[in-house]
Write a protein that binds this ligand. Structure first.
Ligand SMILES: [Zn+2]
Length: 198
């Protein structure tokens, strides 16, 4: 997103899982509101974690129900994947706009049509440190990469809810402190779009 202002959004994909509490504790300590793109299947298993995310004031987004690729799927399959997850998100008590992020960043064929028909905003990202194995394996490297790549209006993607992503959890504090030192303010994705250049 383009903006001259030093605002940035921290987004977490997948889950909620048992790691929710530790992630929320870090965000609470650093006083940051983030955006969590959750899957319906995980939210169904971990409703309490979903409620905790919402009551702490973070944003919840829809990351489909089963996290399968949305390519070559029928309209009714896609509708079910998205609507079911929306319902589970509403059951947590979340009342704000529900943004959408496709699994694996793919949204070919039927999915874009459905998203357009239902007026959903699809949120991608521009800072993705975990896509490089050598960076993803160390919290220090993750932090450095994020500090180097972040620009005003950036959307940062991490997967701290997943098994094997403990280094991403560890990197959050450094990312937040480093970007704050550089003059950045953290926003939810919906808030970030209020800064978009017209
Ligand atoms: Zn995902």
């Amino acid at each position: 997103m383009d903006t001259p202002k030093k605002v940035v959004a921290l987004t977490f994909d997948d889950g909620p899982t048992g790691k929710t509490d530790s992630i929320l504790a870090i965000l609470d300590r650093t006083n940051v509101k983030a955006t969590f793109f959750v899957t319906g299947k995980d939210l169904e298993k971990n409703r309490m974690q979903g409620q905790k995310i919402v009551s702490a004031g973070h944003q919840l987004g829809n990351h489909t129900y089963s996290h399968t690729r949305m390519v070559l799927k029928t309209m009714s399959y896609i509708k079910r994947e998205i609507e079911k997850t929306d319902s589970l998100i509403r059951l947590t008590g979340y009342r704000d706009e529900i943004l959408f992020r496709p699994p694996n960043g793919k949204k070919l064929f039927v999915l874009p049509y459905y998203l357009k028909q239902t007026n959903r905003k699809t949120i991608m990202w521009d800072v993705e440190p975990e896509s490089y194995t050598e960076i993803a394996s160390g919290s220090e490297a993750i932090m450095k990469q994020v500090l180097e790549k972040t620009r005003p209006g950036s959307i940062i993607l991490l997967h701290p809810m997943n098994d094997g992503r403990n280094e991403s959890v560890k990197a959050i504090t450094g990312i937040v402190n480093g970007l704050k030192q550089r003059g950045y303010t953290f926003k939810t994705v919906t808030e970030l779009f209020q800064y978009a250049e017209q």
